[in-house]
Design a protein around this ligand. Structure first.
Ligand code: GLU
Ligand code: ZN
Length: 298
């Protein structure tokens, strides 16, 4: 099967150092295997996204020399597909309406490592009282869901203990990331997902949805979060430093070095194109391990 990878930014803000790191890892892994690399804009959360940011992200990627195959997919134009998936799960009696408000949950639910653990309040509800706003949740099994990540190794999570039944469609009608990502990874024939380790603990939920929807399961590689030279995790603010378009080569080299590849400097190359030619030939995912350290603080 030929390799198909993707980068799937949410246009909630401009492309920053942290996202360049995962974009680069996913691009190099795809290209070094002679694979296809796709760009998908995850713009479902209309309360958080800014349309002009989508254009800024696409521009910044192009300036950094990324070349994507096929048309860019915009999740906001694919709502019918997510609705279909929701219906398929509904036919299997896996979903139910939930009318719990955030404040009720805050009072009733325990907090686990990934936030509030849904206590199952509405699990046995059949129908919703007329017109009442409600989210749609999926029942999760009380068993470990395990997968082997190419970078992180074996990862297991019991979704019932870790988070409880999770939301597929929010009360405001917005489809959840978990559902959309699974539908689109399958629709785009993605064989390999390379993304940030902040999403590692989302993957068992995605595995579960893939299982229930009868979808193929990609291989996953979760790239560690970057740290400073002292090993301290970079704050969101630090990681979120916007990329300077006139510093593309320097940013790429910095990202490359942070990914534990044989060190490079901007001065080694006369163009971004030359950087990519070299990087694609010398990239090895297996060097990405543990924590990533940045030589310089920002
Ligand atoms: N859109 C998600 C984000 O920007 C990433 C989705 C993914 O790579 O699975 O965090
Ligand atoms: Zn509920």
């Amino acid at each position: 099967m030929s390799y198909r990878g993707r980068f799937a930014p949410s246009p909630t803000g401009r492309l920053h150092f942290g996202s360049l790191l995962t974009a680069t890892a996913s691009y190099l892994e795809a290209r070094s295997q002679g694979g296809t690399w796709l760009l998908r804009i995850e713009d479902l959360d209309t309360t958080r996204i800014h349309p002009e940011t989508t254009q800024a992200i696409i521009r910044t990627l192009a300036l950094h020399g990324f070349v994507w195959d096929e048309n860019i997919l915009h999740q906001s134009r694919r709502l019918a597909l997510y609705q279909q998936a929701l219906q398929a799960l509904n036919h299997r009696h896996l979903t139910y309406p939930c009318t719990c408000s955030r404040s009720t949950l805050q009072q009733q639910a325990r907090t686990g490592a990934h936030g509030l653990i849904y206590p199952g309040t509405c699990r046995h509800r059949q129908a919703v009282p007329d017109g009442r706003r409600h989210a749609i949740r999926i029942r999760v099994p009380d068993r470990d869901i395990c997968f082997t990540d190419q970078v992180q190794g074996l990862f297991c999570q019991n979704p019932a203990l870790a988070l409880g039944d999770f939301v597929l469609r929010r009360a405001d009608g917005i489809f959840a990331y978990q559902l959309a990502v699974v539908v689109d990874d399958a629709a785009q024939g993605i064989t390999h997902v390379v993304r940030g380790a902040d999403l590692l603990d989302n993957t068992p939920r995605q595995y579960y949805l893939q299982e229930q929807l009868g979808l193929a399961q990609p291989q996953y590689a979760h790239i560690p979060q970057a740290c400073n030279a002292q090993g301290q995790k970079l704050s969101k603010q630090t990681l979120a430093v916007a990329l300077e378009s006139n510093q593309a080569l320097a940013s790429l080299c910095r990202v490359w070095n942070a990914l534990n590849q044989p060190p490079l400097q901007a001065g080694d190359f006369s163009s971004v194109r030359e950087f990519w030619d070299h990087a694609i030939r010398h990239w090895a995912l297996k060097r990405v391990a543990g924590t990533l350290r940045l030589a310089q603080a920002f």
